[in-house]
Ligand binder design. Structure first.
Ligand SMILES: NC(=O)c1ccc[n+]([C@@H]2O[C@H](COP(=O)([O-])OP(=O)(O)OC[C@H]3O[C@@H](n4cnc5c(N)ncnc54)[C@H](OP(=O)(O)O)[C@@H]3O)[C@@H](O)[C@H]2O)c1
Length: 229
């Protein structure tokens, strides 16, 4: 599961007024379309859906196989006219067991158990696995990303860092259940490239950073879990 986000250099993914288009450069955004085309499913939370009305299709990628677009929307707040429900790619709306979906006839719905906040992330991933999804691109927002990190479900991170400052507005990651620096989720950077004016930083959690058995042999605390799944 790869989590991707676009942030300013001070780590903001939107401005204080909620506007977030476009933090990153056209080159970074094209790279995101490539990531979508490589994923079996692209996932966003209801907050992003309601704020941005994203389409989430892979555009401008030759031969792209469209990912399953997934909205994590406990109360089925999505409007029938949402762009993610167009015919550019298949879409699945994950809702709570008692959500009213009468306004969504014909929409593929999966009902999932509740967690403390929102839906159970493990149940969501199991439901996606049942549908043949083996690689997931999580596109946010920060609240849902925090829940995925807290669930230990993020095994790769791609950050697009734009050379801009906002000073206010939401951070890239909301509460992930980490309250002290000793418990920070440490990452290993796997590569850094420039995309137009931006930096793209890719990283993996330090404990899953290698598939190289020689590294794991050298350090028995490292596992050989693949970097992406
Ligand atoms: N720059 C970027 O890369 C980027 C990317 C995405 C979004 N954004 C920005 O982020 C903002 C929206 O972020 P957000 O944090 O409000 O929304 P979000 O993370 O997309 O969605 C959060 C919502 O997801 C639902 N949810 C369902 N199950 C959940 C669970 N287990 N844990 C947490 N949430 C769960 C909850 O609402 P219900 O339970 O009611 O469904 C929750 O309020 C917008 O301003 C958008 O523009 C920026």
């Amino acid at each position: 599961m790869r989590w991707k986000y676009a942030a300013t250099l001070d780590g903001r993914i939107a401005a204080a007024d909620g506007s977030s288009r476009w933090i990153s450069s056209p080159q970074s955004r094209q790279d995101v379309h490539r990531l979508r085309a490589e994923a079996d499913a692209v996932v966003v939370g209801s907050g992003t859906l309601l704020a941005d009305d994203p389409q989430l299709a892979a555009r401008g990628v030759d031969g792209a196989i469209q990912p399953l677009r997934v909205v994590v929307d406990t109360r089925a707040r999505i409007a029938p006219g949402a762009r993610v429900l167009d015919d550019a790619a298949p879409t699945l709306i994950a809702v709570g067991e008692d959500a009213d979906t009468a306004h969504l006839p014909g929409v593929d719905i999966v009902r999932l158990p509740a967690a403390e906040h929102g839906l159970d992330i493990t149940a969501l991933l199991a439901a996606l696995h049942t549908r043949g999804v083996r690689s997931v691109l999580l596109e946010g927002g920060p609240t849902l990303a925090g829940a995925f990190v807290a669930a230990g479900a993020v095994d790769a991170v791609t950050g697009y860092l734009a050379p801009a400052l906002l000073g206010a507005g939401p951070a890239a990651l909301a509460d992930a259940g980490i309250s002290t620096i000793a418990r920070a989720l440490r990452l290993d950077v796997t590569d850094v490239v420039r995309l137009g004016p931006d930096l793209r930083v890719r990283a993996v959690p330090a404990a899953v950073r290698t598939t190289d058995p020689t590294d794991a042999a050298a350090d028995p605390t490292l596992t050989t879990v693949p970097q992406e799944s």
